[in-house]
Structures are given as C-alpha cells and as structure tokens.
Design a protein. Structure first.
Length: 221
C-alpha cells in the first residue's frame, strides 16, 4: 500500500451467501482487506468480521483490498486443505468484471500471456517482466461507452495483481486503480472498478460442483 495510505474500511455488514459444515461463501465490499494486515490499525478484514459470526472460519484465498466480490472460506481444516489444493491446481473457475479505460473493439475475446514479477522500483507493485512467473488472462469486451469498456476477465493463472497488471500492460488500465492507472484514470472512479462476480468450485466433502455469484455493482453507463 502507499506509505501515506490511511485504511478506512467500509462499515457495511458482510453478506453471507452460503454456509454448511465445511464452507462459507461471502461477498466482500471494496475497501476491506481479505485478512488482517500487519499493523493494529489494519486488523479489520473479511476474516476478522466473519470470525465474529463463525469462529471456525479459515481463509483459503484473497481478493485485493480494493476489489469486491465473492470469497470462499473453509470451516474445517480438511476443507481448507482441499480448497487450497483446488486454487493451487487452478480447477476453480473465476469470472471478474471490470471497467477499463479506452476504446476496445466490441465483443472481442482475447488472451493476455505476459509473465509478472514484483517491481523492484515500487513496493507492493508488480509489472510485466520476461523473467517473471507465467501469467495468463482471458478477457472479453461486453459493453462500451464514455471512453471505457466493461470487460469480463477470467484469470487462467493466479498471480498477485494479475488482472490489474495485465490490463495496464495492454494499454487499458482499470478505472480507479491507484496502483497502476495514471491520475486521470484513477480520478474517474471513487473505487477500483474490479469485481469478482462468480466462482465455481468442487465441494470439499460431497464433490458436488457449486457456483456462487454476486451481481456486479457498476456499469459503463
């Protein structure tokens, strides 16, 4: 995070979408950490709030603080291990929606294949670098307007800040992205216009395929 950043998480209550004896699915608001930060003033998070409801809850993945949308949690150690394995093996299906700057051709579907590495010049930032880890993102343009586009993003790999870095890399940074967008694109939105809309996973106990979604809270119009 930026050195002068002041953490002011939203106070809206967390919405639990689903819960059984093994898993809990919830909707994360933009501006809230997924797990507690390293300092006391950053202890408020999805995990800490959910622990007030269900003390057994365990984190199995993260969303960037500024990203909203569906998150998966485990309620038992065996479920945690199995879900982490699904994320590791990339068998979990994830779809994000984002509004990006600029004019993209309508209805195109393309893949970004560009390795990502930590940026040595900027703390907590990443960039496309040939020596980095392999990273792939599939994207499709859904709507256009106001010199921006609503896109559907499917991360094939799961690198830190992957979607944000990849969209910047192709010249279409996400609106409101204070890490990777230029000032005129940051100020176009009060929040990062990136939302984890849906997730498909295999239930760690029953083996059933489950799908969960949270409607995207923004549009280009």
């Amino acid at each position: 995070m930026q050195d002068n950043f002041i953490y002011q998480p939203p106070r809206e209550p967390i919405k639990v979408l689903y819960q059984d004896k093994d898993i809990l699915i919830a909707s994360k608001p933009s501006g809230l950490l997924s797990v507690p930060g390293s300092t006391p003033e950053r202890c408020d998070s999805m995990l800490s709030r959910l622990k007030e409801i269900e003390p057994r809850v365990l984190a199995v993945h993260r969303l960037d603080m500024d990203t909203s949308g569906v998150m998966v949690f485990a309620l038992r150690k065996k479920a945690e291990a199995q879900l982490r394995e699904q994320f590791r093996n990339r068998t979990i299906g994830k779809v994000y929606k984002a509004i990006v700057q600029g004019d993209l051709a309508a209805d195109i579907q393309r893949e970004i294949d560009a390795p990502i590495a930590p940026n040595p010049k900027q703390k907590h930032r990443y960039h496309v670098e040939n020596t980095g880890k392999a990273a792939k993102t599939s994207y499709q343009v859904l709507l256009r307007g106001n010199n921006c586009a609503l896109v559907s993003l499917r991360p094939i790999t799961g690198r830190s800040h992957q979607l944000r870095v990849h969209m910047k890399h192709i010249g279409h940074p996400i609106l409101g992205d204070r890490f990777y967008a230029p000032p005129e694109v940051i100020t176009r939105s009060e929040r990062l216009m990136l939302h984890a809309e849906s997730i498909v996973l295999t239930h760690p106990y029953s083996g059933e395929e489950l799908s969960f979604s949270v409607q995207t809270p923004f549009t280009v119009f």
